[in-house]
Ligand binder design. Sequence first.
Ligand code: HMG
Ligand code: MG
Length: 298
Amino acid sequence: NYPARVKIIDVGPRDGLQNEKQPVPAAVKIALVHKLQEAGLKEIEVTSYVSPKWVPQMADNAEVMAGITRASGVLYSVLTPNLKGFEAAVASRPDEIVVFGAASEAFSQKNINCSIAESIERFAPVVEAALAQGIAVRGAMSCTVGCPYEGEIAPERVSYLARLMKGIGVQRVDVADTIGVGTPVKVQKALEATLAHFPIDAISGHFHDTYGQALSNTLAALQLGVWNFQSSVAGLGGCPYAKGATGNVATEDVVYLLQGLGIETGIDLDKLIDAGQFISEHLGRPTQSRVAKALLAK
Ligand code: HMG
Ligand code: MG
C-alpha cells in the first residue's frame, strides 16, 4: 500500500556539489538547475549560505540564485545555518530556507560548530524571520541513524531533535541518513520517532547510498506512507563533515523504482538522465546512477 504520488526534492546542486574540490562555475550550476526543472523536478535545493571558509564551493550562492530563470510551480530552497546566512539569502528570494541540525552531538559540533541545543537557539530567530516574510522553513536532521563520530544513533535522539525543531516553528523536516549506514527497520524507527512530532506529509526521507541500502530504505519509508524524498541527480555528493560518505541516492534510481511501483512523480526519466550526464561530464567522471548507466549502455 504505497502512496499514489511522490515528490522528489533534488538536492544535487547543493548537497551534491558542496563537496567538490574543484570549483564548479556558477553557470554550470545554473544550467544544472534548469535541466532539473525541465525534467519535471518541482523542488530543487539550490545552494547554501554558509561560511565560504567552511564550504568554498557554495561561495557563489547569490550568483547562482540570481542566474536561475524560475519556472512556475517550482520551489527553490537554500540552506541557512544562522541569521547571517538568512540575511544574505533573503536578497535571493528563496521560496524556502533550510536550517540544518543533527541528531548527534559530535556531528553538530563538526558540521556547524555548536551543540544541538545551541543550534536550536541559532535557528529560532532564523525561522521566526523567515515565517514573518512568508518564506517556508524546512529542518534537515542529519545522522538520524548513524554518525561518523558516535556510531549508532537511537530513535529517541531523533525524536528529541524533531521536538526541538517543531518547537521553534519548523514546518517540515528531513530524516537524513547522512552516512548511508541505515537499513530498512532502523530507518523506519527514525521516521517513526519523527512522526511523533510531525505529520507524514511534513516528513521527507534523505538517504545516502554509501552501503548500497538507499533504495531499500526508500521502499521502507514508502511503506510508512512517506511521499517526499531527497536525492541527487547522478548520485552526486558526499558531506564535507562525514568522511567516507558517498553521494545521495541517485534521483534517476529513485524515479525508476517509483515508476516500477506505478507511483506518479511527474519526472521525465530521459531528461533527468540528460541532466545527470551534463553534470557528470562537467565533473569528468561517470554517473553514480545505476539506472542511468544501464539505460545509456543500451
Ligand atoms: P562559526 O565559525 O561557529 O560561526 O561557524 P561564527 O558566527 O563564529 O562566524 C565565524 C566566521 O564565519 C565569521 O567570519 C563569520 O562572518 C562567518 P570571519 O569574521 O572569520 O571572517 N560566517 C558566515 N559567512 C557566511 N555565511 C554565513 C556565516 N556565518 C558565519 N552564514 C557556521 C558557523 C554554521 C557558519 C559554519 O560552521 C559553517 O558554515 N559550516 C558549514 C556547514 C555546512 O554547510 N555543512 C554542509 C551542509 S549539511 C549537510 O550536508 C547534511 C544534509 O545534507 C543532510 C544530510 O545529508 O545528512 C543537510
Ligand atoms: Mg545529504
